[in-house]
Design a protein around this ligand. Structure first.
Ligand SMILES: [Zn+2]
Ligand SMILES: [Zn+2]
Length: 90
């Protein structure tokens, strides 16, 4: 039998928690541990909070000259730091 060296990590589309409840595959929320404000299911395994974020990013991708997700995430991180620390400069 052939054992491939490279293991292809397949992302499971639907996740469950230990109680057998659906879990959002993006943020990991469940029916008993929902987002704030409480979310609903946009589809099985994807909650409305994350679906909204995806829709916003899709709009951004359509508008941006070059939609660089890595740069966006870096920016997001610095914005979050700014908001929590209250200081602009590093
Ligand atoms: Zn979610
Ligand atoms: Zn959620």
């Amino acid at each position: 039998m052939n054992t491939p060296k490279k293991r292809i990590v397949e992302e499971p589309v639907i996740k469950w928690d230990r109680n057998g409840l659906f879990r959002c595959r993006v943020c990991g929320c469940t029916e008993v541990d929902a987002c704030q404000p409480p979310c609903a299911w946009a589809e099985t395994g994807l909650c409305t909070t994350c679906a909204d974020a995806i829709a916003d990013i899709q709009i951004w991708q359509g508008r941006a000259r070059r939609a660089n997700m890595t740069a966006l995430l870096r920016e997001l991180k610095s914005w979050t730091n700014r908001r929590t620390s209250g200081r602009g400069a590093r």
